[in-house]
Design a protein around this ligand. Structure first.
Ligand code: NAD
Length: 292
């Protein structure tokens, strides 16, 4: 029987540990780590994510600020806000909730964030640091995937990992993190041929495709670990909706371990955002040129 790796439990432990570190930091430095969250438009999913992030900050003793703009907000208005937040010494982390409305050039906005405060890890400086293995702030979902994997696999040297999905926010950074752990990494995507046979060789599969039911049981070799990043809302047999991942979890009994959806990678993403905010506050307090 495969082990189910609980992201909910691991995230709770991370938050508990972080609360202790934050309390000590506040007592020693007199600084409360603060995250600024920027929300543009009224996408319901984004509203939920932002609310959750703000609540979780509070739970670990960190502060947050929320900046809300209508979908008619101009790019220059956002860039001005980012400049203000960059210059504000009381703000340690800046997060612009994606997606932004199509009228705004997201990369221009993300590139304007001070890399030391870029708690999403999307700034080119942090992307460069990740690809050269030289620190920086690591994107939250990929960091969550690595922590979940490390709880199962103490040493990755020589392991074969397959990452399905090559997005800048999940697939590519996950692959880089695994490469840094000395895994042999294969990155697959929508045009990859014979995905099933590539997966069958893997000790580790990280799937971030947004394609429900993509990874079948017979794609997974016995004992392999599967990290399912996918979040898909599907209509069930009785007309209700439910959230499923990209792997068919009912077919994974022979795997070594796998993450459930929900309750796997999702909770770890927010926990890692909190970790990054604390890291950013600590490095800024030490006057370092980069966080992480
Ligand atoms: P994306 O659409 O940017 O990228 C998807 C990638 O998967 C692409 O590279 C594409 O080529 C590949 N792909 C799609 N269908 C495929 C198929 N049938 N076979 C092989 N490759 C395929 O998506 P993303 O932003 O990277 O997100 C991926 C999934 O992860 C989504 O379901 C998203 O909701 C979820 N997600 C979860 C979290 C979390 O916290 N748990 C965070 C971010 C994204």
């Amino acid at each position: 029987m495969a082990k189910i790796i609980s992201g909910t439990a691991m995230a709770a432990q991370l938050r508990a540990d972080l609360s202790v570190s934050v309390e000590r930091f506040v007592a020693e430095k007199g600084i409360v780590p603060k995250l600024a969250v920027v929300l543009v438009g009224n996408d319901p999913a984004s509203e939920i994510y932002v609310r959750r992030k703000i609540l979780e900050c509070r739970k670990v003793g960190m502060e947050s600020l929320q900046f809300r703009y209508g979908s008619d907000c101009g790019e220059s208005e956002l860039l001005e806000l980012i400049a203000r937040l960059n210059a504000d010494p009381a703000v340690h982390g800046i997060l612009v909730q994606l997606p932004l409305p199509p009228s705004i050039d997201s990369s221009k906005v993300l590139d304007a964030i001070d890399p030391r405060k870029d708690v999403d890890g999307f700034h080119p400086v942090n992307v460069g640091r990740l690809s050269t293995g030289t620190g920086g702030l690591i994107p939250c979902t990929p960091m969550g995937c690595l922590l979940l994997l490390q709880s199962e696999i103490p040493d990755f040297k020589g392991k074969k990992a397959v990452v399905i999905g090559k997005s800048n926010i999940v697939g590519k950074p996950v692959a880089l993190l695994l490469l840094e752990q000395e895994c042999t990494v294969t990155i697959c995507h929508i045009y990859t041929r014979d995905l099933a046979s590539i997966c069958r060789q893997a000790d580790v599969i990280v799937v971030a495709a947004g394609s429900p039911g993509l990874v079948r049981g017979d794609w997974v070799k016995p004992g392999a670990v599967v990290i399912d990043v996918g979040i898909n809302r599907i209509v069930d047999e009785v007309g209700g909706t439910r959230i499923v991942g990209d792997a068919v979890s009912e077919e994974l009994d022979h795997a070594g371990a796998y993450t459930p959806v929900p309750g796997g990678v999702g909770p770890m993403t927010i926990a890692c955002l909190l970790l990054n905010t604390f890291k950013a506050a600590s490095s800024l307090a030490r006057g370092e040129a980069s966080a992480g």
